[in-house]
Design a protein around this ligand. Structure first.
Ligand code: TMP
Ligand code: ASP
Length: 240
């Protein structure tokens, strides 16, 4: 969904957000018109707000409709999935009905390896094979919980239920010392977002499950966050 290239300053990268969508380990491919523009803007907004509560992130600045400058990091090869409500793979794998609130928030780890189809791994595997250190995993799980608490409230305020989401982290090297920061993007591509009143899906499941209306769903999330031009909206926003 993104192209990465060298950034304007040393140690920076530009993320270019495309309209391309993939699902099921890229077996399903398609386009969601305007998605790149919206995800660039939503991710800017979310990362900026997270930095304001002290979460270190790779985000530096958005430079245009589809591009943002971020810090160059060494991506930790683990996808961190946080779940509040059963849906998707956990429902399928464990037979828990979609929409059932989990007794408590779950954090799962998946190895980023397309050839292996991103298998779920335990913290023991991560330590055993050295994908991340125990200290890094402590930082990662603590940040994931804080991000979840913040995002759950942020979305609840716009009548959206945060079902689950995926995070990626990277190592920022300063000499021979590194620290873990939040990387990649946070957008409806990597979150499940349900309207609190109707239960309507406002995320990439519309594409994964051929529900239609994916453009409108992404726009609706941006609109509720106050990031899209409408008659009543503030002025630092832009048209699509
Ligand atoms: P899952 O139910 O398919 O495991 O997905 C959980 C959440 O993580 C869901 O919000 C989508 C997101 N996700 C990604 O962003 N990328 C991925 O490769 C996968 C498998 C999930
Ligand atoms: N984006 C991932 C893929 O290409 C998974 C997903 O979001 O469903 O398979």
């Amino acid at each position: 969904a993104k192209i990465l290239f060298e950034g304007p300053e040393p140690g920076t990268i530009v993320q270019y957000f495309k309209d391309d969508a993939t699902a099921f380990n890229a077996q399903k491919k398609g386009t969601i018109q305007g998605k790149g523009v919206i995800n660039n803007r939503i991710s800017e907004y979310v990362f900026t707000r997270l930095s304001h509560i002290g979460i270190p992130t790779h985000f530096i600045r958005r430079i245009n409709m589809r591009e943002q400058v971020v810090r160059q990091v060494e991506i930790i090869p683990i996808e961190v999935v946080v779940r509040n409500v059963a849906a998707g793979s956990i429902s399928k794998r464990l037979g828990i009905p979609e929409g059932e609130p989990l007794p408590h928030t779950l954090i799962e780890y998946y190895l980023k390896d397309d050839a292996l189809e991103d298998p779920m791994v335990a913290e023991e595997h991560i330590a055993c094979f050295g994908w991340a250190s125990n200290e890094e995993m402590q930082d990662i799980s603590a940040m994931a919980i804080r991000v979840n608490d913040f995002l759950s409230g942020m979305f609840a305020a716009i009548n959206i239920r945060l079902i689950d989401f995926k995070l990626e982290f990277g190592r920022l090297w300063v000499g021979d010392y590194s620290r873990v920061i939040l990387a990649d993007e946070i957008s409806p591509d990597g979150c499940r977002l349900w309207d609190m009143t109707t239960g309507e899906k406002l995320d990439k499941d519309r594409f994964r499950r051929d529900l239609g209306g994916e453009e409108e769903a992404y726009q609706e999330v941006a609109r509720r966050l106050g990031l899209l031009q409408d008659e009543s909206g503030p002025s630092e926003v832009f048209d699509l």
